[in-house]
Each structure stands twice: as C-alpha cells, then as structure tokens.
Design a protein around this ligand. Structure first.
Ligand SMILES: [Zn+2]
Length: 127
C-alpha cells in the first residue's frame, strides 16, 4: 500500500466498513455504492476542517448512508435481533464518536461494530 495520510486512511477505512455492512445486507448495488462515495467526499471536506474528527468518520458515513437509503430504499440496516414486531432499523452509536456500533434501541443491545454486520447477521443469510 502507498503511505496515506491519517485522514485518508480514516476515510478509506470508513468506506470499507460501510461497504462491508451494505454487502452484508445485500444492498451494495452500484447506485448505493455511489451514496457511500458521496458521503466520503463530503466527510473528507469535514475532516479536513477538523482533523481530530478522523476517528468519527466511520460512524458519520454510516449515518449518512443510512439517511440516504431511507429516502430511496427504506430502512437499513434492519434489526437482526428482534424476531417479532415491526421491522426497524439499527442506529449508530455514538452518533459522533470513535468505535461506532450498530445498536437496537428496542432490545437495548449492541448488535455489531460498524463494518461487522456480516458476522452479526451471518446466521440469517440466505444460502
Ligand atoms: Zn431490534
């Protein structure tokens, strides 16, 4: 790998983590991937203004993509924990902080780290 600035590394990592979660949810289509790219480029500007925010980028990109998907596709990622009741989306916590996780507020549980949804939902994947 080329040596990247910490800022670029954070952006690359954020992109990879959110894409991994999209793949896990089977929604990584070309137009969805472009939503991730849009978010990453907006957050690049943001983190250039505030380099200390580099650790927060993954959680922010996840939330950007979640918001963009809500308009176009609906809720994402759906909660894999609650087996009954209305389907609901997971939330990113902390909204602005390092080490972001997907949480279900209904069950009050941490489901997976951002980027780790594939492992959390592996048992549900169609085969
Ligand atoms: Zn839930």
């Amino acid at each position: 790998m080329e040596s990247l600035s910490p800022l670029e590394r954070a952006l690359h990592a954020a992109r990879a983590l959110v894409l991994a979660d999209l793949v896990a949810g089977d929604v990584a289509e070309a137009d969805v991937v472009s939503l991730v790219e849009d978010s990453v480029s907006q957050r690049r500007w943001w983190v250039e203004q505030w380099p200390d925010g580099a650790h927060y980028v993954a959680g922010l990109v996840a939330q950007d993509v979640q918001d963009a998907l809500l308009e176009r596709y609906g809720r994402w990622p759906l909660c894999p924990v609650c087996g009954s009741g209305d389907p609901h989306a997971l939330d990113v916590e902390p909204e602005l902080g390092p080490d972001p996780h997907w949480v279900c507020h209904k069950a009050g549980v941490k489901v997976a780290a951002v980027g780790g949804l594939g492992r959390a939902t592996g048992g549900m994947a169609s085969s």
